[in-house]
Design a protein around this ligand. Structure first.
Ligand code: HEM
Length: 352
């Protein structure tokens, strides 16, 4: 991806990239490799079918809501895709079960678990898990990458701080090692602040298992409660007067001390049912951003319009066009004193 951006650069050494599209491609690739590993090609085809089904779901989400059980043309198409996805996944699982492979991708691990505990992990569970991983793993992580790139483009000072730290920690290594990643504290703070301001998942749900009293309200058993992650992350009473500002420094002493309440920051939910993909998502985002920051300096394209919008997840409504400029290898830079934008001309754009 980064090589393609570099190749597409104009003589002025710049290229304009619609980052949200590229990051979606990247995260789809990563989740396909993580889930299916050695069966990557088959897995990719299945996930592409599921992607088409999700597009239909997103379309109906935007229009008047018609329940999924009515045989509208869109629903019939969606059932067709679902049947196809299910059939292909079942076949893939059977092939792996029969093979002697001991691959440690997610599919391999689930098949192993189903062999030792057949009553706990059924073939149908494996199909459903694979479907969830794709849905839960692709768009969330690409949104995180997109918003963080936009924020770093808006705030060149934080971009330069993250780059300086990266060069200090990694030295001549182009790709950070596992140990390097842990030491990239500035990048972690930037990612947390991005997850606070623009949490890809804006809410989650809990159902009460018993009658409870919550904040002075009596809530009967079986009530569904919506936990508004986005609203909680923007609550001035908890985060202070600069709640709407981009200030990664608030995470300098760790997540629990960033706000007045230790559980005010919940981009991955909370408790036993919190996000199982959290570590994968953070590692992927850190690795990607580290590689981007090392190669390029970047700023928002003049056509960028800031319009966060909810379409199941929190998206930039008009996309995220960003201008990248190639940096000399291992080039550190003096930190800009202001966050003003650089002006440029004569650039190319690159599409996938
Ligand atoms: C930035 C990226 C991500 C964000 C913001 C995110 C956010 C969330 C949130 C808010 C929940 C609900 C948690 C709760 O109710 O307490 C969740 C659940 C879940 N996520 Fe993620 N997620 C991300 C990436 C991923 C990835 C990469 C995967 C898969 C590899 C994944 C798989 C799941 C699954 C399977 C659940 C359901 C867990 C359960 O019900 O026990 N997520 N995620």
């Amino acid at each position: 991806m980064l090589d393609k951006w570099t190749q597409a650069m104009s003589n002025s050494g710049e290229v304009e990239v619609e980052v949200s599209e590229w990051f979606q491609n990247l995260t789809e690739d990563v989740i396909t490799r993580t889930a299916f590993g050695i069966s990557y090609d088959d897995g990719k085809a299945i996930f592409q079918l599921q992607g088409q089904q999700m597009l239909l779901a997103a379309e109906s989400f935007q229009k008047v809501f018609i329940p999924g059980f009515f045989p509208t043309r869109r629903n019939v198409n969606s059932w067709k895709f679902d049947k196809e996805v299910r059939k292909s996944l079942t076949k893939l699982i059977d092939v792996r079960r029969e093979s002697s492979s001991s691959a440690k991708d997610l599919l391999g691990l689930m098949i192993e678990a189903s062999k030792s505990r057949p009553n706990d992990v059924t073939p149908n569970d494996i199909v459903e898990e694979c479907k969830s991983f794709f849905f839960a793993g692709k768009h969330t992580t690409s949104n995180l990458l997109t918003w963080t790139t936009v924020l770093l483009a808006m705030h060149p000072r934080w971009q330069a701080l993250a780059r300086d730290e990266l060069l200090r920690v990694c030295g001549s290594r182009d790709i950070p090692s596992k140990d390097d990643l842990i030491k990239l504290k500035t990048l972690s703070m930037v990612l947390n602040e991005s997850l606070r301001l623009y949490p890809p998942t804006i809410a989650t749900i809990r159902r009460t298992r018993a009658d409870v009293e919550l904040g002075g309200y009596k809530v009967p058993r079986g009530t569904e409660l919506l936990i508004p992650i986005l609203a909680l992350h923007h609550d001035q009473a908890v985060w202070g007067n600069d709640v709407n500002e981009f200030n990664p420094g608030r995470f300098a002493d760790g997540v629990a001390r960033a706000a007045k309440h230790p559980a005010a920051f919940i981009p991955f939910g909370l408790g036993a049912r919190s996000c199982v993909g959290q570590n994968l998502a953070i590692m992927q985002a850190k690795l990607t951003l580290a590689m981007v920051i090392r190669r390029f300096r970047f700023k928002l394209a003049p056509t960028y319009k800031h319009a966060p919008t909810v379409l199941m997840l929190l998206y930039p409504q008009y996309g995220a066009p960003v201008i990248f400029e190639k940096l000399a290898p291992s080039s550190s830079e003096s930190l800009p004193s202001s966050e003003s934008e650089l002006v440029s001309s004569g650039r190319h754009t690159v599409s996938m």
